[in-house]
Design a protein around this ligand. Structure first.
Ligand SMILES: [Zn+2]
Length: 323
């Protein structure tokens, strides 16, 4: 299902282009050792790896045989973005065509206040086991959907494109980060994005996620195909499916808005070793929480007379219910 055009290939080879029109997000693959937060990461030489770049949120992937060189990162250079210093989140808005990161009024992630009512568990997950290829795209570890998986929300279907990870979590609850967060990125036929976020905390070993953390490529731009492995995507979700819902944006440049967010209330556990497998490469790839502004968290109740009715619950101001 990967669709690649020469233009997209070129864009991805060049690195991040902050164009709200294309939503193209990629990274420059390296051909050798690179620094991740100052840590040297050795290039792997396993035969089952590929050099590949992938869009962080849209799931587009392209294989390139012409690795781009890293240039020094300058403020205003939209070809690179990161999480620290001059390329960090506070400066994303100064990159060309990334103004939304600064000027947007519905940005993500956000803090979820303590006691915020959840939405009923009404997302229908049509997820299924699929083959596994794990990609290191230079910003995160990502798994592109390898088969037809989708969610159904209020009668609308959104196709799973990919899932990827952040550490610490991007969304906070009552100001508290979880150890990690995974984002399941979906897109509808009419181009609307829906992201399901799951908070991940250190705890028990997670067998469902295990194949991912056992096949992490340590070099940006590489992917590992886990031969003979099937990952059961529905098992990656928490058992309880109530969620916090609000309208936001991508959490990476160009911070495009119009994204439906569904953040699961129940966290999922990973072993400390599984968390470490990710944070050894990326332990600071989270955008700080953004102002909620005039937005409301959207709650729903199966007890209402019309179960399709939604109650809009005031979020930060504790101003009670409105419909
Ligand atoms: Zn994300």
């Amino acid at each position: 299902m990967l669709k690649t055009t020469p233009l997209i290939t070129r864009i991805l080879a060049m690195g991040i282009i902050c164009s709200a029109g294309t939503l193209a997000m990629g990274t420059s693959p390296d051909s050798g050792t690179r620094l991740v937060r100052g840590k040297p990461v050795k290039q792997t030489s396993t035969s089952h790896t590929q050099t590949q770049t992938t869009d962080t949120h849209s799931g587009t992937a392209a294989t390139t045989s012409e690795p781009a060189k890293h240039s020094s990162a300058n403020k205003g250079d939209s070809s690179h973005w990161g999480y620290e210093g001059e390329t960090g989140p506070e400066n994303w808005g100064s990159f060309s065509n990334c103004e939304t990161c600064d000027e947007g009024m519905e940005q993500s992630p956000v803090d979820i206040p303590a006691g915020m009512p959840t939405h009923e568990a009404d997302i229908e997950f049509s997820y299924a086991p699929m083959s596994l290829t794990v990609l290191n795209n230079g910003h995160t570890i990502q798994v592109n959907s390898a088969r037809d998986c989708f969610i159904d929300v209020e009668g609308k279907q959104y196709q799973l494109l990919q899932f990827h990870f952040h550490a610490l979590s991007e969304h906070t609850v009552n100001g508290q980060h979880s150890d990690m967060e995974v984002h399941f990125v979906h897109k509808s036929d009419d181009g609307e994005y829906a992201v399901v976020g799951v908070l991940l905390n250190k705890g028990e070993h997670n067998t469902a996620f295990a194949p991912v953390f056992e096949n992490i490529p340590t070099t940006a731009g590489q992917s590992i195909y886990a031969k003979g492995v099937a990952i059961n995507t529905i098992d990656l979700m928490p058992v309880q499916r109530e969620y916090y819902r609000y309208n936001g944006s991508f959490t990476t440049p160009p911070c495009t808005e119009g994204v439906k967010w569904f953040v699961m209330e129940q966290p999922v556990e990973l072993s400390p070793e599984q968390v470490s497998a990710f944070t050894a490469l990326y332990d600071n790839n989270y955008r700080p929480v953004q102002p909620i502004g005039n937005r409301k968290f959207i709650a729903g109740s199966s007890n209402c007379e019309c179960c399709q009715a939604r109650k809009i619950i005031s979020s930060y101001n504790g101003a009670g219910l409105s419909e």
